[in-house]
Unconditional design. Structure first.
Length: 242
């Protein structure tokens, strides 16, 4: 456990932000490890020269940021947690809901991210990754006949998550998850869209990925996403006028 004597007293009006900054600094320096428990609130308050309420505010701020887990009970306290990208996903969805991210930005970003993901997947995808993509397409094919539209949409969007996993890049995984999550929310708002062209496109894309033909795979991905982009924006404009 990190020693409470390592913290500096704070005297700013928003002291909890400075305390949170000190904790972030220790995390970046590797002096706080995943799973490690911070000193008790009382000890931190005495060392930093602030109230326990101020300490709680700082800890809560870091909990919201996904850096700490606050546990209750006799074995509780503030523990450093492993980052999983969930905060980024939630933040992007909140920004979309608040209008800070507009539909045009969301659908355009999907084209760019999808193009990069498929190019890298052509280089790095394992046989297991390709099988997972094939299974997703087979599942989508069944869903188009049996499931409701929004279940279909979730399965079809999962293809992009699997593609991001095939890049073996954690940032690409997190960004794709965030954009995909916001896209699903957008789709639920505008309602069903035509899906008849998606599966043929996915099958061509799988063929290109398996052949490691990145140029053909990128062209197929961009053609599909640009078509969806135009449809989404036309539908979104119609909804806005209703």
């Amino acid at each position: 456990m990190i020693s409470s004597s390592e913290f500096r007293p704070v005297k700013t009006p928003r002291a909890f932000e400075e305390i949170a900054a000190q904790l972030r600094e220790r995390l970046s320096q590797g002096r706080l490890k995943v799973g490690e428990r911070l000193p008790p609130e009382k000890v931190l308050a005495e060392q930093l020269g602030v109230s326990r309420n101020t300490i709680r505010e700082a800890l809560r701020l870091l909990e919201y940021a996904g850096l700490l887990e606050l546990r209750k009970g006799s074995g509780g306290g503030a523990f450093v947690r492993a980052g999983d990208g969930g905060t980024i996903v939630t933040s992007m969805l909140d920004m979309y809901r608040l209008g800070a991210i507009v539909a045009e930005d969301l659908t355009e970003a999907r084209i760019w991210i999808g193009s990069i993901a498929v190019r890298v997947a052509c280089e790095r995808a394992t046989e297991e990754d390709i099988r997972a993509l094939q299974d997703n397409v087979a599942q989508a094919e069944r869903a188009l006949d049996e499931a409701d539209f929004f279940t279909q949409a979730e399965i079809l969007l999962d293809f992009h998550r699997l593609l991001a996993l095939a890049t073996k890049n954690k940032i690409m995984e997190i960004v794709t998850e965030a954009v995909t999550h916001a896209t699903l929310h957008f789709i639920r708002a505008i309602g069903p869209y035509p899906t008849r062209d998606i599966l043929p496109s996915r099958k061509r894309l799988l063929r290109d990925i398996a052949a490691r033909d990145s140029a053909a795979a990128v062209a197929e991905m961009e053609k599909h996403l640009r078509r969806v982009h135009r449809y989404y924006l036309a539908r979104h404009a119609t909804e806005g006028q209703a």
